[in-house]
Design a protein around this ligand. Structure first.
Ligand SMILES: [Zn+2]
Length: 134
């Protein structure tokens, strides 16, 4: 089970410059990327105490991004290998306020056309295409 305070901890760590991920074996990794003292002793202790929940949160995020990347790659394949002008995860999503135009899911902020997961997926799709190119 994860809670709002687990989400809050993850957000605070990221705001301090820490990058976190979960490897294929389900092991949490933390990269500070040159940001000094990103992980204070207090934060490290908090992270340690809530490690299982943080791992679950990151895995949820990874899954949310992965299905979008796969959907976008399928659209590129269906488009003869050309990247569409606007990369979306699902076709035919109406432009309604508060709804992501790419996946159709509700967004927490209304500042962008696409949700965070769709934006992250769209950034990674060209890389995936290059990786798969012979
Ligand atoms: Zn979306």
């Amino acid at each position: 089970m994860t809670s709002a305070s687990d989400r809050d901890l993850l957000t605070r760590l990221r705001e301090r410059g820490a990058r976190l991920g979960v490897d294929v074996n389900g092991v949490l990794w933390v990269r500070k990327q040159g940001v000094r003292d990103a992980l204070t002793d207090d934060l490290a202790a908090e992270l340690s105490a809530r490690k299982a929940a943080i791992i679950a949160l990151i895995q949820e995020e990874d899954a949310a991004i992965t299905w979008r990347i796969e959907a976008m790659n399928e659209r590129i394949s269906a488009n003869g290998g050309r990247v569409p002008g606007e990369m979306v995860a699902r076709e035919g999503i109406a432009g309604t306020s508060g709804i992501c135009r790419s996946c159709g899911e509700a967004m927490k902020t209304q500042q962008t056309r696409k949700c965070v997961f769709c934006n992250l997926a769209a950034l990674r799709v060209p890389e995936q295409q290059l990786v798969h190119r012979d």
